[in-house]
Design a binder for this molecule. Structure first.
Ligand code: HEM
Length: 476
């Protein structure tokens, strides 16, 4: 029987229950199958609707009622289990090695957009090949060389922000992060091509989202057929999506082809150019189709997420003037430690991606419960980041907690974990560290209307501020 929280964690990590006993004196040990994790009996459709309306409130209530592991009804999913303890989260991440399929959980709604070679939707060997190829371009040290270009893009945008009138930050941040993807990731230099993709890509992802809202309700194999049929019927969201994808693909394939023969290729540092030089263990490079899917994957995974994180950073900063002043002071002294802590505390208090599910190919025993094969299991960053054991006074926005050596790292999971951990985490952190000082250096922001915190609301796969982080700016 575990005696301490640490023992308890060890037992949990081993799949044992810290609270169930099966033996009793004089009675032969019975082989009782562990029960399903606890959860509400409300219909899945109702649970999903409640979650969509108030994601934080619903999870906090479930966590209080059921503890560190519980099930929640999600439409279209056979069973969905959240875990809320670092050791249990780690057990889920470890399934990436064998029985957990993160790609399968995303495939149904993402594949039409990101294609069949995407890191996001693949599993097994094929995923491993793409991860190694793309991984070469995303190493921490390599990423650092993009900082100046990102800062210059941000400066150019911030100069054009309105002064003296309320505006929403999220669309502005989306414009910055889209430009970063086009110039730093895709490596576009030609103004006209940037313009064309700047106009097309948001329309394509927007159309993809309307299609997804429908895909959510139908199992993937059936959905693929329905989608293919409706794509031929003019005026349907699927036909619109198909036309936009065709137009975008033409531009992307043309860019890939031009880049292959670019005489400056060896000197170029943008991600696409680096990927053109990547080789797998058999010495093979990436095909055009793989490169196209990689570009769409990086756009889909890295654009809205980072824009939302930046919006939350300022939603928090304008409500915490003391933190903002300390940040200004430390930046003026050329110290980036506090900036890094502000970024981490933003992602702790406002995790952007609320779940990171794995579909199980075999049953998984966790904390005395059994999650059956075919079910989805996900750590919950929302609840883990609110644990008072891990983060004292968890509701406080206090970046200082990340300045000490012993800041808990296992409980801080905004980028997921295991083998499927976010490929772009260093890139995203760098982007935030590059953009925030450009804003603070030029403008003083304050809350636009309501001083109460903006609630998180579900937007695609992210949690964004309900009013898109509204502020008023004046020159710094
Ligand atoms: C603040 C911004 C971001 C957040 C919060 C975020 C979060 C996440 C999370 C939670 C996952 C799933 C991890 C898991 O299942 O364990 C993920 C996966 C991924 N992210 Fe990010 N991400 C961000 C920015 C980016 C950027 C900038 C890029 C690239 C430019 C990127 C590329 C990816 C890719 C390719 C995957 C799939 C990895 C795989 O399955 O092997 N992300 N991200």
């Amino acid at each position: 029987m575990p005696q301490t929280r640490n023992d308890d964690r060890v037992a949990r990590a081993a799949g044992e229950s810290p609270h169930r006993t099966v033996d009793s004196p004089g009675v032969a040990r019975r082989a009782e199958p562990p029960p399903l994790p606890p959860g509400s009996r409300l219909p899945s459709a109702l649970q999903t609707a409640l979650w969509l309306r108030d994601p934080v409130g619903v999870l906090v209530r479930y966590g209080r009622r059921y503890g560190d592991i519980f099930r929640i009804g999600v439409v279209g999913v056979p069973g969905f289990v959240y875990v809320v303890d670092p050791a249990l989260a780690n057990r889920v991440f470890v399934t990436d090695r064998d029985i957990g399929r993160a790609g399968e959980a995303r495939e149904g709604f993402l594949e039409p957009l990101v294609g069949s070679h995407s890191l996001l939707t693949l599993d097994g060997e094929e995923w491993m090949r793409q991860r190694k190829l793309l991984g070469s371009a995303f190493h921490g040290k390599r990423i650092e060389r993009y900082r100046d270009e990102i800062a210059a893009i941000a400066a150019d945008h911030v100069r054009r922000w309105p002064v003296g009138e309320p505006f929403a930050l999220r669309p502005r941040m989306q414009a910055i992060t889209l430009e970063v993807i086009l110039r730093v990731v895709f490596g576009l230099r030609d103004v006209e091509r940037v313009e064309r993709l700047r106009e097309l890509l948001p329309r394509l992802t927007g159309a993809g989202e309307s299609v997804n809202a429908l895909a959510f309700l139908v199992p993937p194999p059936i959905w693929t057929r329905i989608e293919a049929l409706l794509a031929r019927v003019p005026g349907t969201p699927m036909a619109r999506f198909a036309a936009l994808r065709k137009a975008t693909d033409e531009l992307l394939y043309a860019e890939i082809s031009r880049r292959r023969t670019d005489p400056d290729l060896a000197d170029r540092i943008d991600i696409l150019s680096v990927l053109l030089g990547a080789r797998d263990e058999n010495g093979h490079g990436m095909t055009d189709a793989e490169l196209r899917d990689a570009l769409m994957t990086l756009l889909v995974a890295g654009h809205e997420t980072t824009a939302t994180a930046l919006s939350w950073a300022f939603e928090r900063l304008v409500r915490h003037p003391r933190v903002t002043e300390r940040l200004r002071g430390s930046l003026a002294e050329g110290d980036e430690g506090y900036l890094d802590a502000v970024v981490k505390e933003t992602l702790r208090t406002r995790p952007i991606v609320p779940d990171m599910p794995r579909v199980l190919t075999e049953p998984l025993d966790l904390d005395g419960y059994r999650v059956p094969a075919g079910w989805w299991v996900s750590p919950s960053p929302l609840l883990l980041h609110r644990s008072a054991d891990e983060f004292p006074e968890p509701k406080e926005f206090r970046p200082e907690r990340f300045l000490t050596e012993d800041a808990p790292s296992q409980a801080w999971i905004p980028f997921g974990g295991g083998r499927r951990q976010c490929l772009g985490s260093h890139f995203a952190l760098l982007e935030m560290r590059a953009v925030i000082p450009e804003v603070l250096g030029r403008l003083r922001l304050r809350v636009a209307d309501d001083p109460a915190p903006e609630a998180p609301r579900v937007r695609n796969v992210t949690l964004a501020p309900v009013h898109d982080a509204r502020v008023i700016a004046k020159p710094a």
